[in-house]
Design a protein around this ligand. Structure first.
Ligand code: G1P
Length: 280
């Protein structure tokens, strides 16, 4: 059973300045719900209810969001406004939240390594809240889809999607041997390659299931692209030492790390969820 999920939320959110000057970017709302809550709901729904945040300075609002606000509860208790707290109350009752701080921002791999203290020696999920994932109609959510694959293969799993050639430089990219049903065995991986160097058009998005041996690899992974410790490099090592699978998930992903993707996600959630009463 996978019970834990890490959320690296230490990043500065510079692309959303000045909005993110005093507010964590993960707290920016998509319609009426902070971005990070979508990811946390996905995780809990997939059965990973022990949520570990790897935070940084200036991110206290995230911890407050997943804790009781007595004043608010008191104010609206018994009124018709209680309905607005429904989703966060549900998340708070189902989830267990832990926090650790990453003192310096040295890359995604560095953030995951900082989370070791929260996950210990067991497989765990990773959600990058910037990637908002909506599963295809009638399907379980993307992390849930990956948990199923994990149960079959018991190795690290990365979620991938096909992206156009001129966007491939923004992602970790896999070279994989196709197996069945959108599954690939990873042969190699490269972080943010130039389009002419990309081994495929299969980009890694922010959903992972990792086995805990990743920590020993991360400890000795030297800084890579942009002089940061890259999770992609550690996964590449793990793939070479053993097995890493890539899974072409069934759903739509919005890149909420960019203003354009954030607005697209907002429009989608407003039209398809909020207006239809599906966004509580
Ligand atoms: C990170 C990872 C990258 C991955 C991407 C998905 O990059 O390093 O491999 O493709 O997330 O969103 P970032 O977008 O944080 O620069």
């Amino acid at each position: 059973m996978i019970r834990k999920c890490l959320f690296p939320v230490g990043g500065y959110g510079t692309r959303f300045l000045p909005a993110t000057k005093a507010l964590p970017k993960e707290m920016l709302p998509i319609v009426n719900k902070p971005l990070v809550q979508y990811g946390v709901e996905e995780s809990i729904e997939a059965g990973l209810n022990q949520i570990g945040f790897v935070t940084g300075r200036g991110k206290r609002a995230i911890a407050d969001h997943f804790d009781i606000s007595y004043e608010l509860e008191h104010q609206i208790s018994g009124s018709n406004k209680e309905q607005y707290l429904e989703s966060i109350r549900h998340v708070m009752s189902e989830g267990i939240f832990s926090f650790t701080r990453q003192k310096e921002m040295k890359g995604l791999g560095h953030a995951i390594l900082a989370g070791e203290t929260l996950t210990g020696n067991e497989p765990f999920g990773v959600v990058l809240a910037d990637d908002l994932c909506i599963p295809d109609e009638g399907l379980e959510n993307v992390l849930g889809q990956m948990v199923k694959i994990y149960k079959q293969f018991r190795c690290s799993i990365v979620a991938v999607m096909e992206v156009p050639e001129d966007e491939i430089h923004k992602y970790g990219v896999i070279d994989g041997e196709a197996m069945k049903d959108g599954l690939y065995r990873v042969k190699s991986m490269v972080e943010k390659p130039k389009k002419e160097d990309a081994p495929s058009n299969l980009a890694v998005i922010g959903r992972y299931i990792l086995t805990p041996d990743i920590f020993d690899i991360l400890r000795v992974t030297p800084p890579g692209k942009n002089d940061e410790i890259q999770l992609t490099d550690a996964l590449m090592q793990q793939a070479q030492d053993g097995v890493v699978m890539a899974y072409r998930f069934k759903g739509t992903r919005f890149d909420c790390g960019s203003v354009e993707g954030f607005v697209e996600a907002t429009n989608y959630c407003f039209e398809e969820l909020f207006k239809k009463g599906k966004l509580v």
